[in-house]
Design a protein around this ligand. Structure first.
Ligand SMILES: Cc1ncc(COP(=O)(O)O)c(C=O)c1O
Length: 401
């Protein structure tokens, strides 16, 4: 049965790559972009640029209006109460670093920061380094065989000293949703702050921060079919009040003299310097595009891709899928074959997948592996992409074994 994507034509990049003989299966690293994004970027740059929040002239007013409209669209998309809860950063990594610095004063020696065993380095290293700076303990919640955090262990480990829980919603290696509702409830019962790394989760299901009831939610636009250079940090109103300013410079200040300064509240107080104006505006257009899609049809398509991908992988002898992926993303290893060699041979056949440790070295170490090959699909992928992948995989394995 053919499995076509009705949205493929909306993504000029995927069509251009196809013409070049490339099959793009690396969307968890970064996605291809819809025409709506490229049109918004071209329009912004072609009409005349201006800096935001600073000047009275027409171009500045127009840029500021479009920039703030994007903030409102992001708030709507996340189901936040208000646009004032949305801080634009340069990416998910920067959003989590912002928290690790801006919350530093909240923690004292002996306090515990809790993370999951499957974290991307972006949601591990900022907390690890904060723990080292402040004499805190970093507690790591173990996974079950499928790749989800073991809730019995979590209930034991999220103890009275827990001051913060920071969890990746969906692992970029294992493709598994974490039991967020239960984990966040355990942390809230301890009075701890809760941070959700939504870099992968935001792509596969529209987040609802009120339903999640988290203090902070972070993601990167570029994985969500949006532009590079823009991240989003949502904060619950009371949680935002606990942030200390962390980067200093233009636009985040109220009054400054040579010896002291006062700073703006969130969000602007946390957006020092000129932001990625065109990209933020283009993110707004990307969200308009995504909101215009039939979400159920997208989910059905992704589920069909997911099923076909896993079925094909499981048919190959000696191939092992890591964990039990729940979205169209799977990492695998093949007995007696190095992941880099396999990715190289796939690349030579025009198949773009990602091999290595996927910025999750401790997870791979705990699995006793040095790396894996990851296939990750977007809403523009189709059955023909998978057929090309499996044909190339069989050829590569024939050569390598
Ligand atoms: C789960 C997860 N968190 C955080 C990040 C960091 O995102 P970025 O590099 O866009 O800041 C990634 C990127 O791969 C990710 O997969």
């Amino acid at each position: 049965m053919t499995l076509s994507s009705p949205w493929r034509g909306d993504f000029p990049g995927i069509l251009a790559l196809e013409k070049e003989g490339q099959t793009y299966l690396d969307s968890a690293a970064t996605s291809q972009k819809p025409q709506a994004l490229t049109a918004a970027l071209t329009d912004y740059y072609a009409r005349g640029t201006a800096n935001v929040h600073r000047a009275q002239h027409l171009p500045a007013e127009r840029a500021t209006r479009a920039f703030e409209a994007s903030r409102a669209k992001v708030a709507h998309w996340l189901n936040a109460d208000s646009p004032g809860q949305i801080i634009f950063t340069r990416g998910c990594t920067e959003a989590i670093n912002l928290l690790a610095y801006a919350l530093e004063e909240q923690f004292h020696p002996g306090d515990q920061l809790v993370i999951g065993a499957a974290e991307h380095h972006a949601n591990l290293l900022p907390w690890q380094q904060l723990a080292l700076r402040r004499g805190l303990e970093l507690v790591v919640l173990p996974l079950d065989a499928d790749g989800a955090i073991d809730l019995t262990e979590a209930a034991r480990l999220i103890g009275p000293q827990c001051r913060l829980l920071a969890i990746g919603q969906l692992s970029n290696v294992l493709g598994r949703w974490q039991p967020l509702a239960e984990l966040l409830a355990l942390a809230r019962a301890r009075g701890a702050l809760t941070v959700v790394d939504g870099a992968q989760g935001a792509v596969h299901a529209r987040p609802d921060v009120q339903a999640l009831d988290c203090d902070f939610y972070a993601f990167s636009a570029h994985k969500l079919y949006g532009p590079e250079g823009v991240g989003v940090l949502y904060g619950r109103a009371e949680a935002l009040q606990r942030l200390e300013h962390w980067q200093f410079g233009g636009e985040m200040v109220q009054v400054a003299d040579y010896r002291s300064a006062t700073f703006r509240p969130p969000p602007l107080g946390f957006e020092a310097g000129t932001p990625a104006i065109g990209a933020v505006i283009a993110l707004g257009s990307t969200l308009d595009y995504l909101l215009g899609l039939d979400a159920e049809a997208v989910a059905r398509h992704e589920a069909a891709l997911h099923a076909r991908l896993l079925e094909g992988l499981r048919q190959r002898d000696g191939l092992r899928v890591l964990g039990a992926p729940e979205v169209a993303l799977a990492s695998f290893v093949v007995e007696g074959v190095h992941n880099a060699d396999l990715a190289q041979l796939l690349g030579e056949q025009g198949i773009a997948v990602r091999a290595g440790h996927h910025c999750a070295m401790p997870l791979y170490a705990s699995l006793g592996l040095g790396g894996a090959v990851r296939v990750s699909l977007g809403l523009y992928n189709d059955g023909a992409d998978l057929e090309r992948f499996f044909a190339a995989l069989d050829r590569a394995l024939e050569l390598l074994r």
